[in-house]
Design a protein around this ligand. Structure first.
Ligand code: THU
Length: 137
């Protein structure tokens, strides 16, 4: 269970970091935060590129920030967009998030306040992961 106050703290941070999204091509700004088991919040936004394919999603940017801080025991990922309905992470982000914790909570919100929640294993059942390589992590 993730503490609801922590969820709301991450929602505020994801809403804030979304302002830094660099999305001149899609005009679809995304803010994301991941939260570790100690309650540390790491932010990310999408960063697009003129060569399109180099675009980095907000969720993966947040995982990169958490990793750089030495913490990958992620329990929560919050996503904020301006879409009409809350958006789930893309397939690539699901796979990268799953490497941290396949059962984390995903909370997605729109800037108008609609919200959806899933567990990552609902979004990526039967995920390929480190254990499939015989890794001990
Ligand atoms: N995007 C994200 O940042 N996260 C997602 O889960 C979906 C897509 C970004 C990538 C691109 O900059 C823009 O949204 C449109 O696809």
């Amino acid at each position: 269970m993730v503490d609801e106050a922590l969820v709301q703290q991450a929602v505020a941070a994801a809403t804030e970091v979304r302002r830094h999204a660099y999305a001149p091509y899609s005009a679809f700004s995304v803010g994301a935060c991941v939260v570790d088991s100690q309650g540390n919040v790491y932010r990310g936004c999408n960063v697009e590129n003129a060569s399109y394919g180099l675009t980095q999603c907000a969720e993966r940017a947040a995982v990169t920030a958490a990793t750089a801080a030495g913490n990958r025991d992620i329990v929560l990922c919050v996503i904020v967009t301006e879409a009409a309905e809350p958006t789930a992470p893309c397939g690539a982000c699901r796979q990268v998030l799953s490497e941290c914790n396949p059962s984390m909570l995903i909370v997605s919100l729109t800037t108008t306040g609609s919200e959806k929640r899933w567990t990552l294993s609902q979004l990526l059942p039967d995920a390929f992961g480190p254990s499939n390589l015989g890794s001990t992590r």
